[in-house]
Design a protein around this ligand. Structure first.
Ligand SMILES: [Zn+2]
Length: 388
């Protein structure tokens, strides 16, 4: 979508989406505040808000106290009608799948996960996913209106499919068509960490950032980025494969065919292997019990990630980097070690600091990210995507 003209219908749909996103970002704004923020005329805002109230997506929350209201005129604040729609999020990791049901404001009402076997045929996986999702959605008191899926692997957002998840042995998995034909709902699929970047933009602490990176430390290491206020997707595979940036030339072999990739040294899988543990829970517990070797392992992982992130910062000097996943737990020394190392290594960071934080969404970041894709493309941008 790089060269699309704006006909009247498309402009109208785009403005509608901007207004809905502004209501989330500004938190109970007035019509005037939305007009100032979006640079749309007050008349346009009034028309769009009237339609959104009729659709029950937006509600008036009463008059605001104080402010600059003129004598005799009430100022009405607007809010998303949080309960008006339910959105399903499906987060596909290489070791498990997580499901969540989310409100319009990013609140997760129900959560469920199930493990995946180490190797699973992609058709068996699709059957299992649909069966589990049927059971999960049946537990929701209100039906969902759309489904967002965030997955590991190389994901083609436009086609809604996994191009390749080589470490799982999957190729061309037609996720969107399989799920939408079973549930008869709009389904959007993207790389799971790009979904998380969108979630940080809509609901998290990157609402007001135009350039930021989200790093997810899971079985592997992935990233998603916003550049100039746009969720970045290359036209080829989507990009953001931070885990396969080279940390150690000629180092440990990686399933991607290269050697010395970062995720061979600093992911959950790398730490589980290094300390011969059953799961990452054992590592987290070990750190919290002050196991010195594991604490050192967490610090070393932070430093290794920082080395690769330094190259990223020097290239794309984003304002903020959010780190998600269980290894980003504030009780572990990983994030502190990562920040310290970046301060030492990046000359651009010395010039103007990059904020580095753990994601506030905790373990739900995957399902919130996945559901955010459906929220933006099926609810906020409704019909706009058909023109893409
Ligand atoms: Zn690799």
């Amino acid at each position: 979508m790089s060269f699309i003209g704006q006909n009247t219908l498309r402009t109208k749909q785009l403005n509608r989406s901007l207004v809905l996103q502004s209501i989330l970002r500004l938190e109970k704004p007035t019509r005037q505040e939305i007009a100032a923020f979006t640079k749309l005329t007050p008349a346009t805002i009034t028309n769009i808000i009237t339609e959104l109230i009729a659709e029950k997506l937006v509600v008036e929350t009463g008059s605001m106290e104080g402010g600059e209201k003129r004598a005799g005129r009430k100022t009405i604040a607007l809010d998303l009608n949080e309960e008006s729609k339910r959105i399903a999020g499906v987060h596909i990791r290489s070791d498990r799948v997580e499901f969540g049901i989310m409100t319009l404001k990013g609140k997760v009402l129900q959560f469920h996960s199930f493990p995946l076997p180490e190797q699973m045929d992609q058709n068996d996986f699709l059957s299992l996913l649909i069966k589990e999702l049927e059971q999960f959605l049946a537990t929701s008191s209100n039906p969902v209106s759309c489904i967002g899926i965030g997955s590991v692997g190389l994901v083609d957002f436009e086609q809604g499919r996994i191009l390749e998840a080589e470490h799982m042995g999957w190729e061309d998995v037609e996720l969107a068509s399989a799920v939408s034909s079973r549930f008869h709902l709009p389904v959007y699929v993207d790389h799971h960490v790009r979904g998380m970047a969108l979630a940080e933009k809509l609901f998290g602490s990157c609402k007001n950032e135009s350039d930021f990176l989200v790093v997810y430390l899971g079985q592997g290491i992935g990233s998603g980025m916003y550049l100039k206020d746009q969720l970045y997707r290359s036209d080829l595979t989507g990009a953001g494969e931070l885990g396969h940036m080279i940390y150690q030339p000629e180092g440990n072999p990686c399933w991607c065919g290269s050697r010395g990739c970062l995720e061979r040294y600093a992911s959950e899988a790398a730490l589980i292997k290094k300390y011969q543990l059953n799961s990452i829970d054992d590592f987290i517990t070990g750190c919290k019990r002050n196991d010195e070797k594991m604490l050192q392992g967490a610090k070393d992982a932070g430093k290794k990630i920082a080395t690769v992130l330094t190259s990223f910062i020097n290239m794309l000097h984003v304002n903020k980097i959010m780190v998600g996943g269980r290894l980003a737990d504030s009780e572990l020394p990983l994030i502190t070690a990562l920040k310290k190392q970046i301060r030492e290594l990046s000359f651009l960071d010395k010039k103007r600091h990059v904020e580095i934080e753990a994601s506030s969404m905790g373990e739900q970041v995957g399902v919130i990210g996945a559901a955010s894709l459906a929220l933006l493309y099926a609810v906020f941008n409704a019909n706009l995507n058909e023109n893409r």
